[in-house]
Design a protein around this ligand. Structure first.
Ligand SMILES: Cc1ncc(COP(=O)(O)O)c(C=O)c1O
Length: 395
């Protein structure tokens, strides 16, 4: 445990900076403890025997840097305990496999992140786990899909890349009513934009690769929740082995210290670009939850009023025009992933969603010309100038 308890700080920013810091040797931040194992002492043997998961024994179990970042994660999401992983997918698979056994059932949605969709549809059936798909924007559809063997309602704060908003409160209520777990992937807003535990969710998952890390330099994951649930997940993490190494945790902790200054800038940039794009003659439609034209605007105002840096829009002229637009950008890099300080762009039809048949893609809102951007913390006028360059490249 660190010598900065999360209870020492009231404000989100102070927690982001200070919670969890381990001031070893009077360092002002947690140094990298690049050690795979720790000297065994009587105290550590006792911790091992008791199965205590915060005992420093071996870095797959935990490490000085994992402890620090878990404590910060708890402070920011308002959870009792946390685990960190080597990727967001390791966090998702380990968490779900902690609560599902052969014969169980989970309700999710076709709109979930592609990797999660693959896990649910390609891997879970091999283990005898049943999956039903419902609509994340329609809590009643989730309730209707519940079976006697259902254990989990799985949702995401915002869907990718069409940015539909999930009514977390309503989903969590349904989960409680049926004695199920409500597990949510909160990657697209970060705890700065939404704290699902306070809305009734049981466990919150992140790909820390994105906003929490914030600098496109790590692959990582995390889960936050009650002590009891995290204790269960901890044992699966140790068995499945997707633990985050000390250097990864160090970079994550460093990134999280500025979450509250990065997020307002990139959210404000995205909201402003959404308005400008909506008024542009070469644009058919803009998806951003801060726009009144967004289908889920009311829910977004209640669940995640601060917005997100993610934005989706449809360039007139179809996929060829979207591609020309994207290839005309010079500052906004064409790359997959999101949540960094730099803006990134992709066309889902030839990247993240290329494996999905065209008709299904179109039905899901990924119509021809769809572009997804992750907006960073660059200056708004430079972002807009780059977007104008993109439009100028469309013949
Ligand atoms: C919403 C969401 N969840 C989970 C993941 C998986 O995270 P990772 O790539 O860190 O395994 C991603 C990756 O893009 C994501 O966008």
């Amino acid at each position: 445990m660190s010598d900065n308890s999360q209870n020492d700080f009231e404000g989100f920013g102070s927690k982001a900076v200070h919670s969890g810091t381990n001031h070893v040797g009077d360092a002002v931040n947690t140094p990298i403890f690049q050690s795979s194992t720790y000297k065994l002492t009587d105290e550590r043997y006792a911790g091992w025997a008791a199965g205590a998961h915060h005992t420093l024994l071996y870095a797959r179990i935990t490490s000085v840097n994992a402890e620090a970042v878990c404590e910060k994660m708890c402070a920011l999401e308002g959870g009792e305990d946390a685990e960190v992983f080597a990727s967001g997918m390791a966090a998702i698979s380990t968490t779900l496999m902690s609560f599902l056994s052969s014969g169980d059932h989970i309700v999710a949605s076709t709109d979930v992140y592609g990797g999660t969709y693959g896990l649910l549809t390609e891997e879970f059936p091999r283990f005898g786990i049943e999956v039903s798909m419902a609509d994340m924007t329609d809590p009643a559809s989730y309730e209707a899909a519940i079976q006697p063997n259902t254990k989990i309602l799985y949702i995401e704060t915002l869907t990718n890349p069409v940015l539909k908003v999930c009514d977390i409160e309503a989903m969590a209520k349904i989960a409680k009513k049926h004695n199920l777990l409500c597990i949510i992937d909160n990657t697209f807003t970060s705890p700065w934009g939404c704290q699902p535990l306070s809305l009734g969710a049981d466990l919150v998952i992140h790909s820390t690769t994105k906003y929490l890390g914030g600098h496109s330099d790590i692959i990582g994951g995390a889960v936050v929740g009650s002590k009891e649930h995290i204790e269960n997940i901890f044992h699966r993490k140790v068995h499945f082995g997707g633990s985050a190494d000390p250097h990864n945790c160090y970079l994550l902790e460093r990134g999280m210290r500025t979450l509250h200054v990065r997020m307002p800038t990139l959210c404000a940039n995205a909201a402003e670009l959404a308005i400008r794009l909506e008024g542009h003659p070469m644009i058919e439609k803009v998806n951003h939850p801060t726009l009144k034209s967004h289908d889920d605007y009311e829910v977004a105002q209640r669940i995640m009023p601060k917005g997100t840096g993610m934005i989706g829009f449809v360039v007139k002229g179809g996929d060829a025009a979207a591609l020309s637009f994207m290839r005309g950008l010079t500052m906004i890099y064409e790359a997959t992933s999101l949540g960094g300080v730099e803006s990134l762009v992709e066309c889902p039809f030839n990247s993240s969603h290329m494996m999905i048949p065209e008709d299904i893609r179109h039905a899901a809102g990924l119509v021809p010309g769809y572009v997804r951007m992750s907006i960073g913390i660059e200056d708004i006028e430079d972002l807009w100038a780059d977007i104008e360059r993109g439009f100028a490249n469309v013949k």
